[in-house]
Design a binder for this molecule. Structure first.
Ligand code: FE2
Length: 153
């Protein structure tokens, strides 16, 4: 049986993925206005991906001799799209911290779990970067790099 610390950290990640399933679905329900056409699907896709992530985490917790949590983390709601995206970014960052902690607990013993987490962390990082772009926290630095638009002939 793997260390209790690893199981606890995987369960922390699971609780955040369960929160993400619900939060993204709720955002897909609540988004209104012209953006709804695009964001309804975006939020539902994110909810489904979180569901997939939750499933692999729950299976892994049992494989390591633990009991998967049924308690979701904090769920944030809003009717404002920009606020929703900031809430989703906050949740993704919390999940990343939990995945990193789980990765740290793997050590040299749980290599398979560690490789699984590395793949997951790489994927979650892309989510965070995209949400940072959507909230405009992250953008290309156009003051340093001159952007030239070229005509394609
Ligand atoms: Fe995830």
């Amino acid at each position: 049986m793997a260390g209790q610390e690893l199981v606890d950290n995987l369960n922390k990640a699971l609780s955040l993925e369960l929160a993400a399933v619900i939060q993204y679905m709720q955002h897909s329900f609540l988004v209104t206005g012209a953006e709804r056409e695009v964001y309804r699907t975006f939020f539902r896709d994110q909810s489904e991906e979180s569901h997939d992530h939750a499933k692999t985490l729950g299976d892994k917790v049992v494989a390591l001799g633990g009991v998967p949590t049924v308690e979701p983390g904090m769920i944030r709601q809003s009717t404002d799209l920009a606020e929703m995206l900031r809430q989703d970014l906050a949740l993704e960052r919390e999940a990343m911290a939990a995945y990193m902690a789980a990765w740290e607990s793997c050590g040299d013993v749980e290599r398979g779990t560690r490789f699984m987490l590395e793949e997951r962390i790489a994927r979650e990082q892309i989510h965070i970067e995209e949400l940072e772009k959507m909230t405009s926290e992250r953008k290309a630095n156009v003051t340093k790099e001159k952007i030239t638009l070229r005509q394609i002939s």
